[in-house]
Write a protein that binds this ligand. Structure first.
Ligand code: HEC
Ligand code: HEC
Length: 308
């Protein structure tokens, strides 16, 4: 009978910890913040209707392609990632999908004042200018020219993007996802010889070093971020990093809410491939312990009976 009492006490405290203490600790550790709504309401609205045809020309004259590639339109990036990181600290992303990835109001504000839209003004100033130059206009109405560029980017963007592509364009220049063979300099190719491996690793290390100099810290690999952070935390962090981690070097990237959800679903696919399997294993382990406890108890009881 004593064993049963001990068992009851153990069960009681386990349940108490699980039901009472864990959620309490959780709520204390994760401060609640107003959810980020992805409306970018702090930015000025785009009050002009853009013309994609005019925008194509404005885009070329604005000099965007001096730094960015637009592969879908046959324009390769002017620099490879390692050289770009030496000049800018980071590879300027390809703009083929930009019109579908970013919020349109965000995009317009980014073109006019990148550091402001990205919320990295605390890291850059006149002495240390942000690497993407602000578009000052071509002599006409600035807001109209910006609206035209945005309309052009939207007109060339694909209607559908898969989850991984959204991640690559919006986050892939700063974050590795080693579990999915993604590196900040691109998809990790098949490396056969030791020489190929060494060359690739040197390129990656050089880029990462430049990135660290640029940001002041190394952005974490996001392979298993979905297991470390809640979906709510990730949505808030992506939508407005400063609100979650004040002073962080991570920019507000300006994706639409739909795309933020796609990025989360990409993290789920990569980081938690074994979720279903894991859950079924947990059940089996619990069952195993229950059966084991019963047998242990019966065995002990029989031993004691012999002794008495
Ligand atoms: C002098 C080089 C340069 C020029 C010119 C330039 N960019 Fe950029 N752009 C960059 C760099 C570098 C980044 C990445 C910055 C970072 O991630 O910190 C960037 C980032 C971006 C992004 C992604 C921003 C985000 O929200 O994550 C977009 C979209 C973009 N540029 C569009 C444009 C457009 C449109 C133009 C032309 C009007 C342009 N850029 C001109 C260098 C440039
Ligand atoms: C210009 C580089 C840059 C881009 C682009 C970028 N990040 Fe980051 N990210 C960082 C840096 C730097 C940190 C480290 C922040 C710190 O420690 O202050 C970080 C940290 C993070 C973290 C960890 C936050 C935590 O709670 O510990 C997550 C999650 C994250 N980024 C997700 C993303 C996602 C998703 C995207 C694309 C939508 C993205 N990042 C785009 C630079 C970037």
């Amino acid at each position: 009978m004593r064993e049963l009492k001990i068992l009851a006490v153990v069960v009681f405290f386990t349940l108490l910890t699980y039901i009472g203490v864990e959620p309490f600790a959780h709520s204390q550790m994760h401060e609640h913040i107003e959810p980020v709504d992805y409306k970018y309401s702090d930015l000025k609205p785009l009050n002009k209707k853009g013309d994609p045809k005019k925008g194509a020309e404005t885009f070329m004259n604005a000099g965007c392609v001096g730094c960015h590639g637009v592969k879908s339109q046959g324009m390769a990036a002017p620099m490879d990632p390692v050289s770009a990181s030496a000049s800018f600290g980071v590879m300027p992303p390809d703009l083929s999908n930009a019109g579908a990835i970013y919020d349109e109001k965000f995009l317009a504000n980014l073109i006019k004042n990148p550091a402001h839209a990205l919320m990295v003004e605390h890291k850059f100033n006149d002495k240390r200018p942000f690497p993407m130059t602000a578009f000052m206009g071509l002599g006409g109405d600035l807001d109209q020219e910006v609206a035209d560029i945005v309309a052009y980017l939207k007109s060339i963007a694909p209607k559908k993007l898969d989850d991984k592509q959204v991640f690559i364009d919006a986050c892939g220049r700063c974050h590795n996802v080693k579990y999915d063979k993604w590196t900040v300099i691109g998809e990790k190719p098949k490396l056969e010889t030791d020489k190929q491996k060494a060359e690739f690793n040197l390129k990656l290390a050089t880029y990462e070093e430049n990135l660290k100099k640029y940001l002041g810290t190394t952005p974490p690999d996001l392979s298993i971020i979905i297991r470390a952070k809640s979906e709510e935390h990730l949505m808030n962090f992506m939508g407005e990093p400063q609100r979650v981690l004040h002073g962080t070097a991570m920019p507000r990237v300006g994706v639409t809410k739909e795309n933020a959800e796609k990025i989360i679903s990409y993290f789920e696919k990569v980081g938690d491939r074994k979720k279903d399997e894991r859950e079924s294993v947990t059940l089996k382990i619990i069952l195993y312990f229950v059966i084991f406890t019963i047998f242990a108890y019966l065995w002990k009881a029989s031993k004691w009976r012999d002794l008495h």
